[in-house]
Design a protein around this ligand. Structure first.
Ligand code: FAD
Length: 378
């Protein structure tokens, strides 16, 4: 990683520590994220990481994005997801939109004045995204889109969405295209989607497009290319979600380790009780393996290799680690771990969300059954 990327990540660390950590406990209690925080995040470059320099981006590589996501998620997974989703739309607009449209939309996205989302999931089609019902019909000069999307990161406040819609018969993955839609169009209605796990910072929401007219230049990815492109993008997302879950466990482990050195029970620090320490040791060992899998996926990407299986394995492994170890670490803190100032409860909820985003654990496991990861000739 070059010096500029290292400097950028140092700024992300300071931002996570000084701004996100201060706000995150209130977000977990349902407080709305102040839009000024998104603009501050954009100010240090968090919406520009992989966007080409020619479009006002930083032009860094995928690894830098993964590290930035992990640093933010160590404090608040939802906020990290919200930012990276806007970032990913900005990158797609820079790459795939006609230059004039890109130059019109990017300033607001890159400065955090507007947020954005990528929408596949519908009330009747989640895991089986190819079965989406949202339809796009050709009209003179554009397309008319009708349908509903739900459980979309940022959709409660996003200005722009890349919406996936079927242009052919339902169920045909090759008939799905991607359109850039302005959600302030009167033909769109937006709403928040809340979960019992308070994660306001992730901004989940949905929208309905009521025969929304979208001009031809907003067809970002035509049928035949869109579904393949989003599956590739989701492969990358699995790697940063894996890193984010590792980072959540790392942050929780560090807190428990240092608490264990100060909290006394039965006349000695918790960390001097072998069976207390053993639990943390098991967690640290599994965490090291999870980070290694993320690194293996990143190395494979750097080498231009197919990462489909590695990315899926890294995500499944990191998310199940977080689902298992975060409650253990909370328990290791005793009642103190339940306090709002700590991140345990917040991260436990986030791990449940992570298990569903960018390919659910069950769906990914279904694909990994035929994977042979043996690295040497036997
Ligand atoms: C916090 C959050 C953020 C999200 N952000 C986005 C976003 O930005 N954009 C977007 O498009 N979508 C987003 N989603 C939606 C997400 O992609 C879906 O939740 C996911 O694809 C699962 O779909 P579903 O919830 O409809 O579950 P269903 O498809 O109804 O499945 C229910 C359960 O059954 C399992 N299952 C389904 N089929 C099979 C099978 N064949 N074999 C074994 N198990 C199976 C699933 O894994 C799941 O556990 C988000 C979801 C969440 C929770």
């Amino acid at each position: 990683m070059d010096e500029a990327a290292e400097r950028f990540l140092a700024e992300v660390r300071a931002f996570a520590r000084d701004v996100v950590a201060r706000e995150a406990p209130a977000w977990a209690q349902g407080k709305r994220v102040d839009p000024a925080i998104f603009t501050s995040a954009a100010g240090i470059g968090l919406t520009r990481i992989e966007v080409p320099v020619a479009f006002g981006g930083l032009g860094f590589g995928f690894r830098t994005k993964v590290n930035a996501c992990a640093i933010l998620a160590a404090v608040d997974f939802g906020f990290a997801m919200a930012l990276v989703n806007t970032h990913n739309v900005a990158k797609r607009v820079a790459i795939s939109a006609p230059a004039q449209l890109a130059r019109m939309l990017l300033p607001d996205l890159l400065t955090g004045r507007a947020s954005a989302c990528t929408a596949l999931t519908e009330p009747g089609a989640g895991s089986d995204a190819g079965a989406m019902q949202c339809r796009a019909e050709k009209a003179p000069g554009g397309w008319v889109i009708e349908g509903e999307k739900t459980w979309i990161v940022n959709a409660r406040h996003a200005r722009h969405t890349i919406v996936y819609a079927q242009c052919a018969e339902p169920g045909q993955a090759s008939g799905i295209a991607a359109f850039l839609v302005d959600l302030t169009d009167p033909a769109c209605t937006q709403h928040a989607v809340d979960s019992a796990i308070s994660q306001v910072s992730i901004g989940t929401g949905g929208f309905r497009l009521n025969r929304c007219f979208v001009p031809d230049e907003r067809l970002l990815l035509p049928a035949g290319t869109a579904f393949k492109a989003i599956l590739e993008e989701i492969n990358g997302a699995r790697i940063y979600v894996a890193a984010m879950n590792c980072a959540m466990v790392s942050a929780a482990l560090r807190i428990a380790q240092s608490y264990g050195d100060t909290r006394q029970t039965f006349g000695k620090p918790l960390s001097h009780h072998a069976n207390w320490r053993e639990k943390l040791a098991e967690c640290a060992t599994a965490l090291a393996a999870a980070w290694s899998l993320v690194e293996a996926a990143l190395t494979a990407i750097d080498a231009g290799e197919n990462v489909q299986h590695l990315a899926a394995a890294a995500k499944v492994n990191a998310v199940t680690l977080a689902q298992r170890e975060l409650p253990m670490l909370l328990h290791a803190m005793g009642a103190e771990g339940l306090r709002e100032i700590y991140l345990f409860a917040r991260h436990i909820g986030s791990a449940q969300l992570a298990a569903l985003t960018d390919g659910s654990t069950a769906m990914l496991l279904g694909r990994l059954g035929c994977w042979d990861p043996t690295p040497i000739q036997l």
